[in-house]
Design a binder for this molecule. Structure first.
Ligand SMILES: NC(=O)C1=CN([C@@H]2O[C@H](COP(=O)(O)OP(=O)(O)OC[C@H]3O[C@@H](n4cnc5c(N)ncnc54)[C@H](OP(=O)(O)O)[C@@H]3O)[C@@H](O)[C@H]2O)C=CC1
Ligand SMILES: O=CC(=O)O
Length: 340
């Protein structure tokens, strides 16, 4: 499963005006797990044909991801349901097509970053969906967080056209997307994985190839199930500390120095203490991931009582109008409960 060789150089070839920091440097960067790594070498690949890259879905994640491709000099064509979100990318040099089908038809590889299984399906397989513009030689890479069955359905529709499919959900939020530091959890067609590796390396810091379609989705849901439960537990602790007269800011500091320290707690904690939830990962998407993870668990009869309880809390938070707040706003659901 270890992947990666010369991909940054390949990206330089596909994306001619690749900024200096993307150009080959004599650095070998191994990912800790050794499953994924980047190797920069001086080997030439001048004969590579520039690839036309499509990007569908320009929300919190899709916009900075597409922007990084454009800034790296890639030939990018964008589409988004709400057209106005395409405008800043067009200003940066992106082309625009009015439907997913037209993006797919005009590009060699098309990425999609949609909200949920329903939108991922409609953009890939609906009327004027990407599948309508697919044909042999093209590739479709769905980086949305969806469940395995949805990913398999999209895989079926795309591959029926003769095109290739890769699922590649990402771990990492708004800032890692902006910084090109995402972690790609890929599965599906291996040759497409190899082909798009240079683009994944522009948008991310590491990538895992996990085999058959469904494995990338499952990995993402497991990780986000853990993250969602961690956040609810953290929220309970902060509120309990306040109720017993402790300073929750000090709790955040204590946690940051010990065995349960986590970047997420240090990043979100100070704002949560001030009841501020600037949106990086919308709460509605975290609840969607809990729901999908519970479905995954049920499909294999795995007991997940902690995740089930956490999911209920996200549902309560949604019912209080917090869907579009950051998922750390789940703490508000506990405040409401306590007042009751
Ligand atoms: N934010 C984060 O930290 C992370 C998010 N993810 C996952 O990435 C995906 C995108 O997340 P994020 O960018 O935050 O979400 P946003 O809500 O910001 O963006 C969602 C995107 O999906 C589009 N969309 C929604 N419904 C439809 C539809 N019916 N038809 C067509 N397009 C639709 C939106 O279009 P429009 O602009 O028109 O509404 C928008 O482009 C989700 O699956 C999420 O779980 C993964 C890792 C981190
Ligand atoms: O899916 C969210 C993330 O932060 O990863």
């Amino acid at each position: 499963m270890v992947r990666g060789a010369n991909h940054t150089l390949m990206a330089a070839t596909f994306c001619p005006s690749l900024p200096q920091h993307f150009k080959p440097t004599p650095i070998i960067k191994f990912h800790k797990s050794s499953f994924s790594f980047k190797v920069f070498s001086s080997q030439s690949s001048k004969d590579e044909v520039p690839t036309r890259v499509g990007f569908l879905g320009l929300g919190i994640m899709g916009s900075p991801m597409a922007q990084n491709l454009i800034k790296a000099g890639c030939d990018v064509t964008v589409w988004n349901r709400t057209k106005s979100k395409c405008d800043p990318l067009i200003d940066l040099g992106a082309k625009y097509k009015p439907s997913p089908a037209e993006v797919a038809a005009s590009c060699d590889v098309t990425f999609a970053m949609l909200a949920d299984p329903e939108s991922a399906m409609v953009v890939a397989c609906g009327e004027d969906g990407a599948a309508s513009g697919m044909s042999p030689g093209k590739g479709y890479v769905d980086v949305s967080t969806v469940d395995g069955p949805t990913s398999k359905l999209i895989n079926g529709q795309i591959t029926e056209t003769g095109a290739l499919f890769l699922e590649a959900p990402v771990s990492g939020s708004k800032k890692p997307a902006e910084d090109g530091q995402l972690i790609f959890l890929t599965a599906g067609d291996k040759s497409l994985y190899e082909k798009v590796a240079p683009y994944l390396d522009i948008m991310g810091k590491s990538r895992f190839y996990l085999g058959d379609v469904g494995n990338g989705a499952a990995m993402k849901l497991v990780v986000n199930m853990i993250m969602g439960s961690m956040m609810t537990s953290f929220a309970e602790g902060l509120l309990l500390s306040e109720k017993v007269g402790l300073d929750p800011s000090v709790v955040v500091e204590v946690i940051s120095q010990g065995a349960i320290s986590a970047p997420m707690f240090s990043l979100k904690g100070p704002a949560m203490v001030q009841s501020k939830y600037p949106t990086a990962f919308p709460l509605k998407h975290q609840q969607k991931d809990m729901r999908l993870a519970l479905g995954l668990a049920e499909s294999v009869s795995q007991s997940t009582p902690i995740a089930a309880a956490a999911n209920e809390l996200y549902k309560v938070a949604k019912s209080h109008g917090l869907s579009d707040s950051d998922f750390s706003a789940v703490i508000e659901a506990l405040k409401v409960k306590l007042k009751d």
